[in-house]
Design a protein. Structure first.
Length: 389
């Protein structure tokens, strides 16, 4: 290797920031790959973070001067078209760890395979010479600049498509969760909405940079827009690594094909309303008398089996009569039970969390969030307020 080729390599503060971001991302990826929980989801997340690091490396090579070294020039990296499907499948397997990765799912990565093979062909073709001008000439014979532009434009399009697909998948999960399950251990994944927002901004940022280049020839005059983009991408890597590793232990095995959908049978409106009120009354009686809500893993199917009523009809009755989801209704009964026990003199020595667990909650974080949403205050503040009155 020609050592003189590295004489012009210099690291700026910007380069150091990129290096820190890439290092943090790679370390997080190693931990995710070694995780024994939800292996498929964590692998896709790890690969997504590694891909983001490689995309950051592209800018790093140019700003540090490494791009002008023989073995880095035209290094094969088609990450633009793979990052969106990687994050999407991370979401898919996070929401259901029972799924299998099939050949049909593998087709999502076909564009990446095509562009990566092309990049490898160009890279090995240019390795024949150490001269950078000759390398550029050889790459030009393969229409390298045009192909990279196409790759980046496809990357922007795929970001939009997969974000929309991901939002739809998350919405479907939440509908399933709210309408069929009252187990507070199941997360609602609010942080995924923030991730989608960050990814959307990343895609919009990329689109804006390409637009500025096409309309105003920005790349020839300036570099600050790409510097800002890469700093933001480093932040996305950090966020994705941080929250992803925090969630790496979560495994959700569900069958969302059991989603409860409204019946398509034509029923007279008055008769339908009477039936809904009747089912709602049966449910209320069961909650008050049998306290079904104390079961921490209670599901709509279990309730419908106990009450010996149709699951779909019960779900519709809950939605229409209470104007709330099954999950919300059950949690309201749990909160009322918690409030009753917090006021019980015989339970003064029992911890708030202990009372919550006895009332059907099995997640501390979910209990505190639901209680505050219901009462407008924390459980401890509510308890103090009741003691003072």
């Amino acid at each position: 290797m020609d050592i003189d080729a590295f004489d012009n390599v210099q690291f700026s503060l910007f380069d150091v920031l990129l290096l820190i971001g890439m290092t943090q991302g790679l370390v997080t990826s190693i931990f995710l790959l070694r995780s024994k929980h939800n292996v498929r989801s964590n692998r896709f997340l790890a690969l997504a973070i590694i891909t983001l690091c490689l995309l950051s490396a592209k800018r790093f090579w140019h700003t540090s001067g490494l791009w002008d070294t023989p073995y880095i020039r035209f290094f094969p990296n088609a990450g633009e078209v793979v990052i969106a499907p990687l994050i999407y499948f991370f979401l898919v397997f996070l929401l259901n760890s029972n799924l299998k990765f099939t050949w049909k799912k593998a087709l999502h990565f076909l564009p990446f395979a095509v562009f990566q093979i092309y990049a490898l062909v160009v890279y090995f073709a240019t390795l024949k010479t150490q001269n950078l001008i000759e390398k550029d000439f050889i790459a030009g014979l393969f229409y390298f600049s045009l192909m990279k532009d196409i790759e980046e434009y496809l990357g922007v399009i795929s970001s939009v498509v997969y974000i929309l697909m991901g939002v739809k998948k998350l919405k479907s999960y939440r509908v399933w969760l709210n309408n069929t399950n009252a187990d507070s251990a199941y997360p609602d994944f609010n942080w995924l909405s923030r991730l989608f927002t960050l990814c959307f901004i990343l895609g919009a940022f990329l689109f804006l940079n390409h637009f500025l280049n096409i309309a105003f020839d920005f790349n020839r005059k300036y570099s600050f827009h790409w510097d800002a983009f890469n700093i933001y991408m480093a932040f996305v890597v950090y966020y994705l690594g941080f929250v992803g590793y925090k969630q790496s232990h979560i495994e959700i095995a569900i069958n969302q094909t059991q989603d409860v959908k409204p019946s398509t049978l034509e029923i007279p409106k008055e008769e339908e309303q009477k039936e809904e009120e009747k089912l709602a009354q049966i449910l209320e009686n069961a909650m008050i008398k049998d306290k079904l809500f104390l079961n921490p893993t209670l599901s709509l199917k279990e309730v419908s089996d106990i009450l010996e009523v149709n699951q779909r009809s019960l779900s519709q009755a809950i939605n229409q009569h209470f104007q709330k989801s099954f999950r919300e209704v059950i949690n309201e009964y749990r909160i009322e039970e918690v409030k009753t026990k917090l006021n019980d003199e015989n339970l003064k020595k029992q911890s708030i969390l202990g009372i919550a667990m006895d009332c059907g909650f099995n997640s501390e974080a979910s209990f505190y969030r639901i209680f505050k949403k219901s009462t407008g205050m924390s459980p401890s503040k509510y308890k103090d307020q009741q003691n003072a009155s």
